[in-house]
Design a protein around this ligand. Sequence first.
Ligand SMILES: Cc1cc2nc3c(=O)[nH]c(=O)nc-3n(C[C@H](O)[C@H](O)[C@H](O)COP(=O)(O)O)c2cc1C
Length: 305
Amino acid sequence: MDKVRERFFYLRMKSRGYEDKVIQDEIEVSDEDYARIVQEYDSEVAETIKKNEEVEGIGKKFMELTSYLYASVSDQMKGIPKPEVFKARQGEVIKLPNPQTIRVEHNDFRAILEDRKSIREYSEIPISKDELSYLLWLTQGVKELKETEKNSVTFRTVPSAGARHPFETYLYINRVEGVKPGFYFYNAGKHNLVLLDSEPETLENLWLACNRQNMVKGAAVNFIWSAIPNRTVWRYSARSWRYLYLDAGHVCQNLYLAGESINCGVCGIGAFIDEFINEYLGFDGENEFVIYLASLGKKVNAKKL
Ligand SMILES: Cc1cc2nc3c(=O)[nH]c(=O)nc-3n(C[C@H](O)[C@H](O)[C@H](O)COP(=O)(O)O)c2cc1C
């Protein structure tokens, strides 16, 4: 992680004209290490400045080139074998309670929509495993898996273009009753959790990766959604890149609403440093990458169930 961090801050700050002393303070390294960093990354500075200029027209270009006018023949049309519907991660498995059994306090649909707002401060009260199970179910829960030789799709509690569901859910658990803090993977197909990393500094790293936004540290749980673009690209080629982001919005909106129904506050997080989170969670940044996050915790006035 240190390598990713030093490269990111050096290139970002150097290409924007910061003084070396300021950059060194940000990276928190000795004079000797800073000299090594300058040598190692200086050749990339010009390229970074060029990209800073290129980015100006990227939105327009993205919209233009993802028009159906240019959509190429998809892998599915070419007969290329179907992608996997789920990803597997190895580790200690933590069972989750049946999401249907939880008592939901707040069932007034209209009030849930009207009351929802982004909440960035949370109570110290932990959430229960039942509640976590309910939140995971309502954001990525699999209601049906349909498999044929040529195609496999899942139907879930959220919509997704072509039922491709290109996401995986990772969690940083901080305060969930009966679950030790750490990074977890949600195995949607089996509705259970897999422990990935329980090192205490990982929350500090996640906070740094989210531009030091404090709700990450105060959250009972941080949701981290990754995208596996090929699940959608296989079917819709270039157009898929629009769908990934549309789909992700649905997932987080369900978290906002499900959270509201159990007295939890939620805040979507789009301001994060892709490179850091991809590194923490072992994504290569191409075949799988972080797409969106959200922090969640009991509202400050919440009572324990
Ligand atoms: C895509 C997206 C990214 C967001 N990223 C952040 C973020 O990084 N930090 C933050 O404090 N709020 C973030 N928010 C929350 C918005 O700031 C919030 O929705 C907005 O201020 C409107 O307030 P409301 O949600 O209470 O209606 C994000 C929301 C969305 C939809």
